[in-house]
Design a protein around this ligand. Sequence first.
Ligand code: HPA
Ligand code: ZN
Length: 335
Amino acid sequence: MEKFIKEIPKAELHLHIEGTFEPKLMFDIAKRNGIEIPFASVEEIEKAYQFDCLQDFLDIYYQGAGVLLHEQDFYDLCFSYLTKCAEQNIRHTEIMFDPQTHTERGVPFSVVIKGIHRACEDAEKKWGISSLLIMSYLRHLSEEDAFTTLKQSLPFKELITAVGLDSSEKGNPPSKFKNVFKASVNEGYIPLAHAGEEGDADYIWEALDILKIKRIDHGNNSMQDENLIATIVEKDIALTVCPLSNQALQVVPNLSTHPLKKMMDLGIKVTVNSDDPAYFGGQVNQNYIEIQKALDLTKKDIYELAKNSFEYSLASDDLKEIYLSELERFYLKNL
Ligand code: HPA
Ligand code: ZN
């Protein structure tokens, strides 16, 4: 089963590039940029990664991202993640980045996106991995601030496929970003959002009804509301589920109580993703491996999850067809 999981072609649809920042790379970049971090060693950084909730994690995550200054830093961060994609048979990835985490510190938008984009181009040339970018607004900041970010993004519009909404969920409902999402859609960005990770089902309703999102990041708390489940199924909206993240942030007590299989049985289109792999104890394959064990998933379930990852990606139909036929061949050979 582990071999099957590692080898099956897959896409990753929920990944924060700042959350791929491995302690070793963070340490190296901090050193070369002459930035002091409150840790004496890689081991100390790793020890700090114990979280009770989303906010505990975010405090450390923003602190870590604070050492990123130059285009090369963003390139190195992103290329390091894409190297792991190649090792895990990830054929396609949709990378979220948080411009405000960097522009707030005086790092220009252009520096962030150019570094990330160049890494994506190189990974495509080197391994044939396709990728696209999701610009995420930080929901703990104001809508006006998000509008500033939208404006900054316009010269780079061709490099960005979608907008997302992340950071501290409770107290920052999707409706707070109604106008900026509307403006983003007018610019051609596809609307996505984190919803129902810590926020209740009503946040998911708002994300669907007000922001008109095409995919739900997390969506765990959709399980609170039967009407919402029916709507998600009817609208054919996929969930990007992140098992190890949910465990680390105590969204679920442990993986054996995770609703992923229940969601699949209800007809919800679920995908498996790593969210912030450097912080939550595993890349995509580890997420598949651990949730498979915890819920006793079959090869067919794993195949369905991988299939959803391509079908509900934002890749072109041509690319989807190529990946799905490769997946089909793999499945028939490895049944
Ligand atoms: N939730 C909200 N914001 C985030 C996350 C998450 O899981 N990861 C990075 N920013
Ligand atoms: Zn996330």
